[in-house]
Ligand binder design. Structure first.
Ligand code: B4P
Length: 190
């Protein structure tokens, strides 16, 4: 199985690159952001709680997202592999993912971390906010809060995978196709 973690700060291009990767490598795309936005759109109790946190630039509690990923792994028993997009976002989530995969005799093949500076992230997210109306992208203050949240809680996840010899950094600035080619070169070595 090919199990990839696509990692990076908000707006680094995880969702954008995932769309291209699932097509090329026939993997199942698991985006916790997309799953949470689906819950919000359906107006579920989980969605109502998640919306408050997401609109304020905060992370949703670990046990909620770990439960969502566990369900998705169970409902795709025949997958050739998974792209984890926006998950894990804390070290506790990374440990839980390792345990979930181990229980299925699988493991993470590698983490691809997209490197993008804060100025570019803010520019991209504000642009998407204007085009899509996503509440967490519309407000510069919320975008900065998400980046602070990323630096304090999510950035340490890269060290977790580095200690396992699984971290690969990629420059996330450039055209979408150029970045995709760099990611594919890494994947083709796995
Ligand atoms: P996510 O949905 O994961 O989204 P994201 O981090 O904001 O964006 P991503 O990196 O996917 O950016 P994209 O490719 O779309 O998270 C949203 C929220 O959900 C979080 O803040 C949190 O509250 C919650 N959440 C999700 N997962 C969680 C978890 N595991 N634990 C707790 N909470 C969780 O790109 C952004 C923009 O840049 C797009 O408009 C795109 O067109 C543009 N772009 C992409 N690549 C580009 C390039 N090379 N050049 C120029 N523009 C580019």
């Amino acid at each position: 199985m090919l199990n990839l973690v696509l990692f990076g700060p908000p707006g680094a291009g995880k969702g954008t690159q995932s769309q291209k990767l699932i097509e090329k490598y026939q993997l199942v795309h698991l985006s916790t952001g997309d799953i949470l936005r689906g819950e919000i759109a359906q107006g579920t109790a989980l969605g109502v709680e998640a919306k408050k946190l997401m609109d304020d630039g905060k992370l949703v509690p670990d046990e909620v997202v770990i439960g969502m990923i566990s369900n998705k792994l169970d409902s795709n028993p025949d997958a050739k592999g998974f792209i984890f997009d926006g998950f894990p976002r804390t070290v506790a989530q990374a440990q839980a993912l390792d345990e979930l995969l181990q229980s299925k005799g699988a493991q993470i093949s590698g983490m691809i971390a997209l490197q993008v500076d804060e100025e570019e992230l803010e520019k991209r997210l504000l642009l998407r906010g204007q085009e899509s109306g996503r509440a967490d992208d519309a407000n510069p203050e919320v975008i900065r809060k998400r980046i602070v949240e990323y630096n304090s809680k999510t950035a340490p996840v890269a060290n977790y995978y580095q200690q396992q010899g699984k971290l690969q950094n990629i420059n996330g600035i450039g055209s979408i196709d150029e970045i995709f080619d760099e990611i594919c070169k890494v994947i083709d070595r796995y």
